[in-house]
Design a protein around this ligand. Structure first.
Ligand SMILES: O=C(O)c1ccc(O)c(O)c1
Ligand SMILES: [Mg+2]
Length: 618
């Protein structure tokens, strides 16, 4: 399954050098790049670090960085070669086979490739005498050398067996360059090392961008798989190494970050065609949502979903579990003691503890998830009951997969079913499930949904809540049948921030259902128990100004507190409920072609929820 050895730079992880090494080893990396700073700050000798690495079964793949070496004025030349020798001493003790020389950034550097080549030749000659290698990397902000082709010209000119090229996806892709033509340009044995990093797009100077906003392949917007494809085509055989400068990574759990890093490498290697992963599931929709409840909250939630037209459909054969249904939507309320739901309830209170997704092939979905380092989950089941393949999401929630075969008998097998439900208020399907997660966990969720599920990220929306900004990133399946908007907020006072802080971390924040006729559905909602959200008059005045809506339509929207949006894809109507026990809430949408999630209305909803919250607590 694995084609390349996998490495991570110590700069990518939090903690002491020892903690970084332990985390990398624990999740299964083969090697590490030692950042000089991490070594300087380490109390033990390089030889001891070498021993720690050996004990942890980690190879030291690289030592870096060595700065501002080549093409300096003559007065610096000998001094720089001496400096290199000192680093070679350290590397020999450390057992690091290669040093990374990054291109010179000094103003006094000379614009003289021949001189740079001669300097690197001299350094490589000394390295060779100690059985070490020198790799030359173009920094995107290098004074004269800032593209890989320039670095390669110099390496070629230097023509020394101990000198080769280092490729770093960030330096290439952030400046809009590509590796196109690499395989025709650089022999495979001259590519000495490959570093991978992704990043969101930023309009800022590339040095600050690189030092603070890099992230793992799959977490950003750079075409790292394409970069990797060229690396593979060029015949590179060395390690793939993650080199991530990121403020959040520096503060996060090294184990969590390392685990994401390894997942990202497994993914990018497959995206580049170097290995094969089972294809991502084809999502056919949501099969059920499962709520963790207790005997107190169960009746309240039952009242709320009944007000929205759900009917009690059955009781589980062996567990304290009730099934509600409307259209193709199944809601499961689980208050079984000693279960995943009970554990989840202990931590989070009433909440969505599992989501079952309908896929083309549940076994393949699980195989892919396992290959991408997910943990499988096996729930205790009664005799003869269905075993649903399940895995843990990054927040500990479960995802179940069912394909048609299992979906067909699932409820019949596990439940005492009563007669099929009536039409309810006309809700048909789950449209999307939104989550609120701590801001420093967004990258993990994005990576999980993108790699394990094959969902595609849409553009991030920044939405003003009355008490801070909320960023919302939707991850959507190619079929658009499954969508997970993920919301984060740096403020603890926004709806998202309060949810995350008060309820112990990430979780499902709202659930949207579809209907073909929102007006009819809303009229049918039990007004008191349904707790639909009031929308201010000003909103409708603005709608009137923005869209040419028929007066009658505007009156209806206003009267029923419906929200409206339209774009080139179609029109959209939505309504929200108040939160359930200050936690999650429901949304009902009517899509007429529209493919978005009503980001234009999210701020109105956040304000309305905050107003409702204030009215309750004052
Ligand atoms: O930010 C830097 O200076 C720096 C140093 C070494 C690298 O390999 C790199 O990609 C960036
Ligand atoms: Mg680099």
């Amino acid at each position: 399954m694995s084609r390349f050895r996998k490495s991570i730079a110590t700069v990518s992880l939090s903690g002491t050098l020892l903690e970084k090494m332990q985390a990398a080893a624990a999740v299964g990396f083969d090697g590490i790049e030692i950042f000089e700073h991490d070594l300087l700050n380490h109390p033990g000798t390089p030889a001891e670090v070498r021993q720690i690495a050996a004990d942890l079964n980690l190879t030291i793949t690289l030592f870096q960085p060595f700065r501002d070496f080549e093409a300096m004025p003559e007065a610096y030349r000998q001094r720089n070669l001496d400096r290199a020798e000192r680093k070679f001493d350290v590397m020999c003790e450390l057992g690091a086979p290669q040093i990374l020389v990054c291109s010179n950034v000094q103003d006094i550097a000379l614009n003289d490739p021949a001189r740079a080549a001669a300097d690197l030749h001299a350094m490589a000659e000394r390295a060779q005498a100690r059985q070490l290698l020198v790799g030359y990397e173009a920094l995107a902000w290098g004074r004269y050398v800032n593209r890989w082709r320039q670095a390669w010209d110099i390496v070629q000119q230097a023509d020394h067996p101990a000198l080769g090229l280092i490729l770093d996806s960030f330096h290439t892709l952030a400046v809009g360059d590509t590796l196109d033509g690499l395989h025709e340009t650089v022999p495979s044995d001259k590519i000495f090392f490959v570093q991978l990093a992704d990043s969101p797009r930023k309009s800022m100077d590339v040095l600050s961008w690189s030092r603070h906003y890099r992230n793992f392949p799959g977490q950003g917007a750079l075409p790292v798989p394409e970069f990797m494809r060229e690396v593979v085509q060029a015949g590179y055989q060395g390690p793939l190494s993650l080199e991530i400068f990121n403020d959040e990574f520096r503060a996060a759990s090294a184990h969590l970050i390392a685990h994401d890093g390894l997942r990202s490498l497994v993914w990018v290697e497959a995206e580049a065609g170097a290995t094969q992963l089972p294809a991502p599931p084809e999502f056919l929709g949501y099969e059920f949502l499962e709520f963790a409840v207790d005997p107190n909250s169960a009746p309240a939630l039952e009242r709320r979903v009944s007000a929205l037209g759900f009917e009690r459909r059955g009781e589980h054969r062996s567990k304290a579990v009730t099934l509600y249904q409307q259209g193709n939507i199944h809601l499961i309320l689980n208050s079984e003691p000693d279960s995943h739901a009970a554990d989840f309830f202990q931590v989070h209170g009433p909440s969505v503890c599992a989501i079952c997704l309908r896929v083309d092939d549940a076994a393949r979905a699980m195989q892919r998830a396992m290959a991408l380092l997910c943990t499988a989950w096996e729930e205790r089941i009664g005799e003869g009951e269905c075993r649903l393949p399940a895995l843990r999401a990054p927040d500990g929630m479960l995802f179940f997969f069912v394909d048609d075969e299992l979906a067909d008998r699932l409820y019949r097998t596990d439940f005492h079913l009563s007669r099929p439900p009536g039409p309810g208020i006309g809700l048909l399907e789950v449209d999307h499930v939104a989550q609120a997660v701590p801001p420093d966990r967004l990258g993990s969720f994005m990576l999980f949904y993108r790699t394990v599920f094959g969902l595609e990220p849409e553009t991030i929306h920044e939405i003003p809540d009355p008490y801070g900004l909320v960023s919302s990133l939707a991850l959507v399946s190619p079929s658009r049948r499954v969508a997970f908007p993920v919301n984060v907020s740096e403020s603890r006072r926004t709806g998202t921030g309060r949810f995350v802080n008060a309820l112990s971390g990430a979780g499902v924040h709202h659930i949207a259902f579809t209907t073909a006729d929102l007006q009819q559905a809303v009229v049918a909602v039990d007004e008191k128990a349904g707790e639909l959200l009031d929308i201010p008059e000003n909103y409708y005045d603005d709608l009137d100004a923005r869209f040419l809506l028929p007066g009658e339509e505007l009156v209806t929207l206003r009267r029923l507190n419906l929200l409206y949006d339209q774009d080139s894809s179609g029109t959209f109507r939505q309504v929200y409920t108040n939160t359930f026990e200050d936690r999650f809430f429901f949304e009902v949408v009517q899509r007429d072609g529209y493919t978005g999630f009503g980001a234009a209305n999210a701020s109105v909803r956040m304000n309305a929820l905050a107003a409702r919250q204030a009215a309750r607590t004052n």
